[in-house]
Design a protein. Sequence first.
Length: 320
Amino acid sequence: MYHGRLAVLAVTMAAVIWVTGMAARAAGPDSNALGAQTPRAGAPARGPQVPPGVEALRDVAYVKEGHKAQVLDLYIPKTDKPLPLVVWVHGGAWLGGSKSQSPANLLLGKGYAVASIEYRMSQVAIFPAQIHDCKAAIRWLRATAKEHHIDPDRIGVWGSSAGGHLVALLGTSAGVKEMDGDLGEYKDVSTSVQCVVDFFGPTDLAQMKQGTPGLVGAMDHDSPRAPEALLIGGAVPENKEKAAKANPINYISRNNPPFLIMHGDKDSTVPINQSELLVEALKKTGVDATFTVVKGAGHGFRGPAETAAAEAFFDKWLKK
């Protein structure tokens, strides 16, 4: 009994570290180590400062009269021509995080409009609610592109950790009815995106535990309290079909957009095998996939080099 309680505590603490650690890193160097600046999911949050000449539209509902978490922030530089759009999807173990902490805002002033989306957490609704929200946001952004000076044919997505999982799904499952859902006013608008930047996102939930042997601090991914178990509504080993439906790797096709995938080789939260499996499957199918291993990095890295790589990738595919 004692050891069982210790195991539960270990998994719970690992999940907390996943959420708060990701939030703190996303917030940047001015955030404290426990992510104290991170508002609870769905709570009003102060938006980040934006450069002069950028219009900020905050807490815009992408599902009319929907859940309080079904909102996004949109940042539009003054322009006389449609701009490519980069959409940020935050991480936080599908349990926390905030759209107010978007590294994509660094692209403002560099020829991009930027959106950052909120979505329902797993304690509010289990999968596929999260990807349905992301798809509804993409449909709304594409449907309203003209009034916001956005090019609807140049939309890239970027996410980390749980957000990496969701942007990978956006990249692989466009047009898959079960993943697209039917939220919002624009049900017939495409959910496709033109490129994907995935920082250390889960891609095959059943293989998470296999990637952790020897990693210090690794959680028990087969536990019913693991973040992925809370996402799908039960422990992965007992819910293999549900887990499979949540896997970006299971929707790969030759028509998928280009991917940039980055992962730390010391990640004990989302093991690097998750990115290795995705890259292998994408390349095998003929999808353009670039994989960068960040040596010595754990979970939640994001330094100048990684941000510059993401910017160069978006420039390549969205500024053609």
